[in-house]
Design a protein around this ligand. Sequence first.
Ligand code: ACM
Length: 536
Amino acid sequence: MIIPKPVRLDRRPGRFVLDDRTALTADPALSQVAMWLRGELGPAVGGELLPREPASGTIRLRLADLPAEAYRLTAGPGEVLVEAGGPVGAFYGAQTLRQLLPAHAYRRAGARPMELPAVLVEDRPRFAWRGCLLDVARHFMTKHHLLRFIDLMAMHKLNVLHLHLTDDQGWRVEIRRYPRLTQVGGWRRESQTGWNGAMDGQPHGGYYTQDDIREIVAYAAARQITVVPEIDLPGHTQAAIAAYPELGNLDTPLEVATTWGIGVNVLNAEDGTVEFFKNVFDEVLELFPSPVVCVGGDECRKDQWKTSPAAQRRIAELGLRDEEELQSWFIGRIGDHLAARGRRLLGWEEILEGGGPARGAVVAAWRGDLGAVLAARAGHDVVACPNTSVYLDYRQSDGADEPVPFGTVLTLQDVYAFEPVPAELRGTPEAARVIGAQCAVWTELIDSDRRIDYMVFPRLSAFAETVWSGPGRDFAGFSERLAAHLERLDAIGVEYRRASGPLPWQTRPGVPGRPEDPREWRATLEAWTSNLRGDL
Ligand code: ACM
């Protein structure tokens, strides 16, 4: 009944009754977890869990000699004991405790006594990095919904929220030193509605203030989630260039992009531009304590550098061979800046091109498996996020009922079948370089929170099991447990994709998608990654 599946779960005779006379006690080191659990379970039992005994039964959070993320949960009549090495494991134990209760435990009001079965659960995750990328640049997500999304990630024991904060179509984080990034870069005139489709004629935008970010980061931290910020560069920067034209390569002003695809507008490589982004990152580092910080690096078209006399002069001045090396040089400058401040650079696999990143970089490998294999062999830590398995913006069926069909079909079963360690690395020492995996919620074609729910759930539940529970999983068992899990999502109010309709929209005729045939993927991936093969 638990998702992700625990390493061990034994049923025992008996049950524990949770009601308004239940106590919750915790070792002082686990008090923040206790506070979270009190806040979640209080409304469901119609009051506060008692702070001390005597009580009808007691939930005890206790320190034990266990690894940081592991926990042991022993439930029987009169007591639920959650033992952990610290707050992280205790939090996962508390999440499991909640799933052992009926789905009603996920409601915010309407108290009811509840029971959970007597069990012994022993559990720990397979991977250290269990992430989800959320693209709040293409479509802004309000803070309210972002906090809800963090709760849903925490429910699935995911621990990294990779926030894609900037792109051609929007800049979503306040930078005090450069207010136009959000004043200008935070808004666009209109948006493309489908793939090569019509424009909607509606302005779109929004951004998080620095106070919002501090709140989001603290809220996530209380749920054992690290927020990894991404400032994408040197491509995907049209919104920044629209705000500060001196960052670009053209004499003509740009607007924030209104259409999708890989834009041609990239940063110039002047010292002033590198300095600008060092200053941006200084504010970003103040806001996000994450030890790993993402600088993007994906899909940087070099057209403008090829034709710009200034860029060509820069390449010569720096003694570089070509535009690929100029990108690597740019990323390297930002990487040095991060390293001097004690942070590790995370970049998309294209950072392997043009000489590659410094040792210590983490590579997000996204175009099939190849980037993960090459990055691991080159000695980098890898987060596997292949579009061929875990891009949750890709359509879920071949039917006409998908909102705006895009990419290849990735069913729930396809996501469940995902194995983070590529076949070529299995059984080799480099397999240990794969520190985890990350699913991705790109939002070009996902323009509302309802559609986020539809695209993400329950595929994220399947993903969670691939990163937590490891090999030896089986889809039939998952499907059985999923039935109970969907009741939890119903109680929370998540509009997940159902096996059959009705759907929360009507497919809009005239809004074309871009469905792709999986048989064409191999050629596409080979073309995309040809630079990588050449370089390594
Ligand atoms: C990506 O999908 N451009 C990382």
